[in-house]
Design a protein. Structure first.
Length: 68
């Protein structure tokens, strides 16, 4: 009997992407590829998500610093 291969980080990221795609299709009724937004709108979305990421990272850092 073969040993099950551990799921690597890359595979976990792929699973996360597939889950996000399913969520987006359920919410918006289409994939990103099918979305007709113009380039500037895509850039705005990406920029706003980067800002959110910065907030989450800062919050995590604050949580770690509290534990010191």
């Amino acid at each position: 009997m073969k040993k099950p291969r551990p799921i690597g980080t890359e595979a976990l990221v792929c699973q996360d992407i597939a889950s996000r795609q399913a969520l987006g299709i359920a919410k918006y009724g289409m994939t990103v590829a099918a979305n007709p937004l113009e380039l500037k709108a895509w850039l705005r979305h990406a920029y706003e998500e980067c800002l959110d990421q910065a907030v989450y990272l800062r919050r995590a850092i604050e949580e770690i610093d509290k534990g010191k």
